[in-house]
Design a protein around this ligand. Sequence first.
Ligand code: 5GP
Length: 193
Amino acid sequence: MEELVKRIQQDGDVLGDGVLKVDSLINHQVDPELMEKMGHLFAEVFANRKITKVVTIESSGIAPAIFCARQLGVPMIFARKSKSLTMNEELLTASVYSFTKQVTSTISISRKFLNESDRVLIIDDFLANGQAAKGLIELCQQAGASVEGIGILIEKSFQDGRQLLEEMGLEVVSLARIASLKEGEVTFLEADA
Ligand code: 5GP
């Protein structure tokens, strides 16, 4: 997506260790117009997959996921990273190692929100080593739901995430694909949409 690539070039900061900071449009301050366009693009790309739920993980996946879900006319579910006192029902859970925070956390979704008739589109902000997406896939598998595709805003193609997900037979659609973040420079591959 050309607009996202331009915004990354304009506003993104390359931190050490292969991390891209985009906290003026995605991860802290959020650009609603851009989020809406990206959510709608995912809805268009996965239109023929009969999606019944859009699933993401808190917090930065929520904005594009909600616009996508609204466009598809289905609910959006975000996996929680910490257990809330109000989550007193049966939970689907998985362990996820966070690339940026370097800690393992348990993510969860209430069992009542996903079932074997669901066809899920997973959305997230970044794809690095694929651990967040893998955790979300595990939650869907526990519910017996099928994962119909994965929509990613920014894929860091120099890490293993895409390969991991494609080896699971899943279609990954990334709106920006980063080839390298070396020496403070962002270089891009051709995006999927
Ligand atoms: P993965 O689980 O694929 O290794 O990493 C994806 C998760 O880590 C995303 O949900 C995102 O929150 C975070 N992440 C990974 N790489 C980056 C990065 O370069 N910049 C930012 N802002 N977040 C990242």
